[in-house]
Design a protein around this ligand. Structure first.
Ligand code: SAH
Ligand code: SF4
Length: 425
C-alpha cells in the first residue's frame, strides 16, 4: 500500500510541474513516505530522516517532508525529534502534498475520517511498467490486537467499483499486464451490492488486463464464492496470500483474529481442492505475549501440514496504543529470535521442496526485467507468484524483445526462493 501511495504521489507531483530525482543532493523537496507496522520499520525510517537532514543542513532552502503512517502516529512529536523537518503529513492528507508545499503549512495530521482525498484518480507512476498495484479500499476495522494499522490508516473505506475498473483499464493502456488489487482486508470489499468476488469478475470481464492478483485476504471473511471465482476466472493468478499469524488457537484468540487454526485449515483444504496448482503464502508472528513453547510448536505443525510456498515471518513488536501493548511482552527477545530462526529454517526447507516439485513443469511467466546477478538472463513472475530466472532465450533478437511478454518456460532447477527456467527447444 505504501509503495502504491508513493507511486501516486510521484504522479501528482509530476502533474504539478515537479520533476523527479532519486538523488537527494539534487532535490529541492525530499519526501519520506513511512511505515510503522513494526518498531524496526519505524527505527529505520527515523534513521533515514536523520541521514537526509544533512541535505537540509547544507542547503536551508531544501524542504524535508515526512508523510504516511509514522507521520500520522507521531505528528508534532516528529518536530522535536528532528529539528530540520519542515512538513509532517498524515495518511489521509498525503495526496494534498503540493498544496501544503505551496502554502508552506507545516503540520497536517488531520482527522482520519476525512476521506475526500484518499482515493486519487492519478495513475501510479510505476518503476515496473508491467505490473501495478491498485487500491480497492483504505483503512481497517479489524483491530487485531497487535496491529497499529487501524489507528494510523483509519476505518475501512471502499473505493467505487467504476473507479477501480477505470484505473485498471487506464493502466493497460500504459503497457501494464498485471494488477495487484490491494486493501488491508480485500474480502470485506463492498460497493452497493457488489462484493469482492463480483469486483474480480468485472475486472476479469470488463478490462484488458492479462493477470489479476489481490492482497490481503483475512481468513474470517474469505467466502466460498471467492474460492469459486478464483477457480473460474481465466485471468486470476493461482496465488492466495492468507495470513495465519499463529498456529495456536489460544494465541489467535488473544490476537483477536476471529478464527481458529481448524477454521484456517478448512479454508486452505477447500481452496487447494478447488483451485488447480494453487500457491499459498502467509504471514506469521512469533513471540506474541503469552506464547509458550507448545503454542510455537503448533505454528510449526501448521506450517508443516499446509506447506506454504513462502511466508513473511516476524517477531512480535509491541506497538504503543494497541490492545496487545497492554499485555506483558513476556517472551524475551532472545527467545523470539530463537523461534524465528527455527521457523525460517523450516519454511526454507518447505519452499525448496515445493519448488522442486515444479521441476519439469511448464510455467507461464510475465517477464519484467533482467536478472540482477546475471544480466544475460531474464527475470519474471509465475502465476503462483514465484520469481523465475530464464537462463537461455531462443536467440539474441528474441531476447531483446522479451520485456513485458508473457511466455511459457520449462522449469529446470530451483533453490528455496527462485525457480530457473528454459525455453523449450
Ligand atoms: N492487513 C494485512 C497486513 C497487515 S501488516 C493483514 O491483515 O494480513 C502485515 C503483517 O505484519 C501482518 O500480517 C502481521 O503478520 C505483521 N504485523 C503486524 N503488526 C505486527 C506487530 N506488532 N509485530 C509483528 N508483526 C506484525
Ligand atoms: Fe492489521 Fe488485522 Fe487490519 Fe491486517 S486485518 S491491517 S493485521 S488490524
Amino acid at each position: 500500500m505504501n509503495v502504491y501511495d508513493s507511486e501516486k504521489l510521484r504522479s501528482i507531483l509530476l502533474n504539478k510541474g515537479y520533476s523527479l530525482t532519486e538523488r537527494p543532493e539534487k532535490a529541492d523537496v525530499i519526501v519520506l513516505n513511512t511505515c510503522c507496522v513494526r518498531e524496526h520499520a519505524e527505527t529505520r525510517a527515523l534513521g533515514r530522516l536523520a541521514q537526509l537532514s544533512q541535505y537540509k543542513q547544507k542547503n536551508p532552502e531544501v524542504i524535508l517532508a515526512m508523510v504516511g503512517c509514522i507521520a500520522q502516529r507521531l505528528g508534532e512529536r516528529l518536530f522535536e525529534k528532528t529539528p530540520y523537518l519542515d512538513l509532517v503529513l498524515g495518511t489521509s492528507q498525503i495526496f494534498n502534498l503540493p498544496e501544503y508545499l505551496e502554502n508552506k503549512i507545516k503540520l497536517a495530521n488531520v482527522s482520519l475520517t476525512d476521506s475526500q482525498t484518499i482515493f486519487t484518480d492519478f495513475l501510479p507512476k510505476r518503476k515496473n511498467r508491467y505490473t501495478s498495484f491498485v487500491a480497492i479500499s483504505r483503512g481497517c476495522n479489524n483491530f487485531c490486537s497487535y496491529c497499529i494499522v487501524p489507528y494510523v490508516r483509519g476505518p475501512e473505506r471502499h473505493r467505487k467499483l467504476e473507479d477501480i475498473l477505470r484505473e485498471v483499464q487506464l493502466l493497460t493502456e500504459s503497457r501494464c499486464l498485471e494488477v495487484m488489487l490491494v486493501g488491508q482486508n480485500v474480502n470485506s470489499y463492498k460497493d452497493k451490492n457488489f462484493d469482492f468476488p463480483d469486483l474480480l469478475q468485472r475486472v476479469n470481464d470488463q478490462t484488458d488486463i492479462k493477470r489479476i492478483r489481490f492482497m490481503t485476504s483475512h481468513p474470517k471473511d474469505l467466502s466460498l464464492k471467492l474460492i469459486e471465482k478464483m477457480a473460474e476466472l481465466s485471468k486470476m493468478c493461482e496465488h492466495l496470500h492468507l495470513p495465519l499469524q499463529s498456529g495456536s488457537s489460544k494465541i489467535l484468540k488473544k490476537m483477536n483474529r476471529g478464527y481458529s487454526s481448524e477454521d484456517y485449515l478448512d479454508i486452505i483444504k477447500n481452496a487447494k481442492l478447488k483451485i488447480k496448482n494453487l500457491s499459498v503464502t502467509t504471514d506469521l508472528i512469533v513471540g506474541f505475549p503469552s506464547e509458550r513453547q507448545d503454542d510455537f510448536e503448533k505454528t510449526l505443525e501448521m506450517v508443516k501440514e499446509i506447506e506454504f510456498d513462502s511466508s513473511f515471518m516476524f517477531r512480535y513488536s509491541e506497538r504503543e496504543g494497541t490492545e496487545a501493548a497492554k499485555f506483558e511482552d513476556d517472551v524475551p527477545e532472545k527467545e523470539k529470535l530463537r523461534r524465528l530462526k527455527i521457523l525460517i529454517e523450516l519454511q526454507k526447507q518447505i519452499s525448496l521442496n515445493k519448488n522442486k516439485k515444479l521441476i519439469g513443469k511448464k510455467e507461464e511467466i510475465l517477464i519484467d526485467g533482467r536478472s540482477k546477478r546475471d544480466k544475460k538472463s531474464w527475470k519474471g513472475k509465475s502465476k503462483g507468484n514465484k520469481t523465475v530466472i530464464i537462463r537461455d532465450g531462443p536467440d539474441d533478437f528474441l531476447q531483446r524483445n522479451l520485456l513485458g511478454k508473457i511466455v511459457s518456460v520449462k522449469i529446470v532447477d530451483c533453490d528455496s526462493w527462485t525457480l530457473f527456467g528454459e525455453f523449450e527447444k
